[in-house]
Design a protein. Structure first.
Length: 107
């Protein structure tokens, strides 16, 4: 499976963490990685803070030796709101859905 762009992956994790009613995904400071952010107490200045990471993240098993069939975040979501697909798979899903929507409008 193709990896996500790291910045996009962080945004997706934060969205899932803030919207998951079950608390299965939550963000914690990653002390090993810091990022520079604006300092709102001192305009024009910046400061270093620990980058956030998803606490239940298994990194989508980037090495390919997963013992479970799905990433931990996808497996723990009881409503199948989370999924993991490659770019081509996503394009195919969108194409199929938009085609069906167009057909239903013609009926």
């Amino acid at each position: 499976m193709a990896p996500l762009i790291p910045a996009l992956q962080r945004i997706q994790h934060q969205l899932c963490a803030s919207n998951c009613p079950y608390g299965d995904i939550f963000m914690v400071p990653n002390r090993g990685r810091s990022i520079e952010v604006p300092d709102f107490d001192d305009p024009g200045e910046s400061r270093m803070v620990a980058q956030l990471k998803a606490a239940t993240c298994d990194l989508c098993d980037a090495e390919g030796d997963r013992s479970a069939p799905k990433p931990q975040c996808v497996a723990s979501c009881p409503h199948e709101a989370a999924s993991r697909v490659t770019g081509p798979e996503l394009l195919q899903l969108v194409t199929n859905r938009s085609g069906r929507a167009g057909e239903s409008n013609l009926l």
